[in-house]
Design a protein around this ligand. Sequence first.
Ligand SMILES: Cc1cc2nc3c(=O)[nH]c(=O)nc-3n(C[C@H](O)[C@H](O)[C@H](O)COP(=O)(O)O)c2cc1C
Length: 175
Amino acid sequence: MAKVLFLYSTTDGHTIEICKRMKVVIEAAGDDVEIRNLAETPSLDGIAFDKIVIGASIRYGKHQKVVNEFIARNQAALEGATNAMFSVNVVARKPEKNTPETNPYLQKFLRKIDWQPQHLGVFAGRIDYPSLGPFDRTMIRFILWMGKGPTDPTQVVEFTDWDEVDEFGRFIASL
Ligand SMILES: Cc1cc2nc3c(=O)[nH]c(=O)nc-3n(C[C@H](O)[C@H](O)[C@H](O)COP(=O)(O)O)c2cc1C
């Protein structure tokens, strides 16, 4: 039984839901999964896991800065385990931008860091318009309007393909 660590970076919580969904799939396959907040896990020193997966969401074009900082500090430990990373963003709802090779945020991020994750994933996220503050709601409505996406401020729009999430989970379990 392998020990799997998910480290999430989130603003609105959807990345945690994706980690939780994979936990179910991976544990059904026999591995043991722990999910931790990356922002509250400054170091991997003294932490032993066979597989480490970082999941991070995009806000205003970037993953949280803490993700880059964590990777720079813990690169050796990440490379000492079987490792993977996935990004969550709404641009990934578009078929031409929903793979690690075609998602602009993940590609830009990979160019900025030294670590090259062994395995990569991209998932389309979720917009909960009613729960956002007025500034963020206006901004993300504008971002989606530019991309011909849904802009009704009363709606919760989930773009995530949960079958793809399950598939990635099964893949992590198979490593
Ligand atoms: C204020 C705001 C800004 C966002 N900016 C972007 C963006 O620039 N590009 C993008 O693809 N998605 C963007 N998103 C979509 C988020 O990546 C998506 O909602 C994701 O599910 C958030 O995950 P989280 O809840 O784990 O933080 C934005 C969302 C919000 C609310």
